[in-house]
Ligand binder design. Structure first.
Ligand SMILES: [Zn+2]
Length: 47
């Protein structure tokens, strides 16, 4: 089971990460949040 979250940085970029070890850098919080949704969808496809 994946638990994702997003950390927004002072420069406006954001890091999407997950308790499974997955992480991605994104130029905005919205992009990072979308990436966490995509990660969840990918995870569900396996189960
Ligand atoms: Zn994950």
């Amino acid at each position: 089971m994946c638990y994702t979250d997003v950390t927004t940085h002072a420069d406006g970029t954001a890091t999407a990460f997950c308790n499974c070890g997955w992480t991605e850098e994104h130029p905005s919080h919205a992009a990072a949040a979308a990436a966490t949704d995509a990660h969840h969808d990918a995870e569900l496809a396996y189960s």
